[in-house]
Ligand binder design. Structure first.
Ligand code: G1P
Length: 291
């Protein structure tokens, strides 16, 4: 039987240069989609999948993330005094349970594989989820919950994938698969950012996985790949054939908040999706489009 997935690694060390000057003094993961920071969506996605322990791999100037998930005593006391119960609940919902979050620093920007490797002692020898918070997923069950289910079925590594236009393969880890059944296929390869003419398919890894701890044994070697960085996808490729490895077609919406337009799209889409903002957003958009 597959071991339960209890922990998630959230690599959040990136500089966010695409969002300068917004990210000059603030982590890009704290950029807001409607009313909560991007990082909170990733955490909520995990909580909905039964994952409650988090390893944040941070860098310099990322302190706001740690503060965000702490309890805010003075703020909460003030809200309570003013009987602002909804706001109090929203604030408390963003607090992680005591002892359930670890913040460790990736001291040098050596790549995503290196960032995940930095979490090794806190994960230990058990399966874990990896989420890149730049990617915002909206679905029920959540993307991570879908992966956890696939992991329970296969007992191995699972990555979430989606079809992308062939001209975009150079932006993603692209997988090769066989024997697809109900959206789940055996993975036979994964290549980091191949040119369109060299890509084995158009199925892109969308920054969500459940991985077995053996991935650390490969990351440990610190071998560099595409862009001279230690790539997580290269370590994944090395696991194929040694432990079960599947690619799962994600069923839901994905917004690439690593780009300005994707981030804008996420804000509009989430506002249109949420019951408390849908009607007003629709009216607003119609008015703006007419003008
Ligand atoms: C990273 C990964 C890539 C993956 C992508 C998903 O790339 O290296 O394999 O497909 O995230 O967002 P990045 O976007 O950090 O360049």
């Amino acid at each position: 039987m597959a071991q339960r997935v209890r922990k998630a690694v959230l690599p959040v060390a990136g500089l966010g240069t695409r969002f300068l000057p917004a990210t000059k003094a603030m982590p890009k993961e704290m950029l807001t989609v409607v009313d909560r920071p991007l990082i909170q969506y990733a955490v909520e996605e995990c909580l909905a999948a039964g994952i409650e322990e988090f390893v944040f791999v941070t860098g310099r100037n990322k302190g706001a993330i740690e503060d965000h998930f702490d309890s805010a005593y003075e703020l909460e006391a003030t809200l309570e005094q003013r009987r602002k119960t909804v706001e109090l609940k929203q604030t408390q919902n963003a607090t992680l349970k005591a002892g359930n979050a670890i913040f460790t620093r990736q001291q040098k920007p050596l790549g995503l594989g290196h960032a995940v490797w930095c979490a090794r002692h806190w994960i230990g020898r058990e399966p874990f989820a990896v989420l890149l918070p730049d990617e915002l997923m909206v679905s029920s069950p959540t993307c991570t919950a879908q992966l956890v289910t696939a992991h329970e079925m296969t007992g191995g590594n699972v990555v979430a994938v989606m079809d992308v236009p062939r001209e975009q393969t150079g932006s993603y880890g692209i997988v090769a698969t066989r024997n697809e059944k109900n959206g789940l296929a055996e993975m036979t390869g994964i290549v980091e950012k191949p040119k369109p003419e060299e890509a084995p398919s158009t199925l892109a890894w969308i920054g969500r996985s459940v991985l077995l701890p053996e991935v650390f044994d490969h990351l440990e070697k610190h071998e560099t790949g595409a862009g001279g960085e230690i790539q997580l996808t290269d370590a994944m490729a090395k696991m194929i054939g040694h432990s079960p490895f599947h690619a799962m077609r994600y069923n839901g919406q994905r917004y690439d908040c690593g780009t300005r337009i994707g981030f804008l799209e996420a804000n509009i889409a989430v506002a249109l999706h949420r019951r408390d903002t849908a009607v007003e957003t629709r009216v607003l958009l119609n008015r703006l489009l007419k003008g």
